[in-house]
Design a protein around this ligand. Structure first.
Ligand SMILES: [Zn+2]
Length: 191
């Protein structure tokens, strides 16, 4: 039995991983979807850092998602404050890689967003995003003096359409509480 200080901090995705049901997805499809998701994340990071993305990298299987992201960027992003950053929570003991935090057009506060490329909404997303909210609010160096007012998952469209924003702002404290239960269960029974 490990003592608490011998245990590596679990990540948000590890703590929630048990509740993501991937049983019904054939392994090959899952592998392709995971690779696609990671490419999209990488290119969004590069694009928002103003790095050059050779057009050949935007292959047909990600082209729709990419166009969908560009619509969101053009119409909605006012300012990026934090991007693809690993943060540590020292009060509850977990880590997480935040996708994006910034100011959306017309907003007075910060929004925390996780990029998503599946078509259906996952049950764990709201708790995942709520956990990132806490990381930014309590454990990120302040760079702009604004409160977080919104959070959600941005589902990019596979066909290049306008992405859909699943917002979890209103019940964020409840979803964060659900995350803490999952984290507690993970710590007690896994690893
Ligand atoms: Zn914390």
């Amino acid at each position: 039995m490990k003592t608490p200080w011998e245990i590596k901090l679990p990540s948000v995705t590890q703590a929630l991983g048990r509740f993501v049901d991937l049983q019904h997805i054939p392994p090959e499809r899952l592998r392709i979807a995971t690779a696609r998701g990671s490419k999209i994340h990488d290119y969004i990071f590069m694009d928002l850092k103003e790095l050059w993305i050779p057009p050949a990298l935007i292959t047909p299987e990600i082209e729709g998602y990419w166009k969908s992201y560009l619509i969101f960027k053009r119409e909605m992003i006012e300012q990026t404050v934090r991007l693809e950053e690993k943060l540590h929570c020292t009060c509850y003991g977990y880590t997480g890689i935040l996708d994006w935090c910034g100011i959306l057009r017309g907003e007075k506060g910060l929004t925390v967003i996780d990029w998503k490329s599946p078509v259906t909404e996952g049950k764990t997303w709201r708790s995942q995003v709520a956990a990132y909210w806490h990381l930014v609010e309590c454990h990120a160096r302040p760079s702009v003096d604004l409160p977080i007012t919104r959070c959600g998952a941005l589902i990019l469209s596979p066909t290049g359409g306008t992405p859909s924003f699943r917002e979890y702002s209103k019940f964020q404290p409840d979803y964060f509480n659900d995350f803490l239960f999952a984290l507690g269960a993970y710590r007690a029974f896994s690893g």
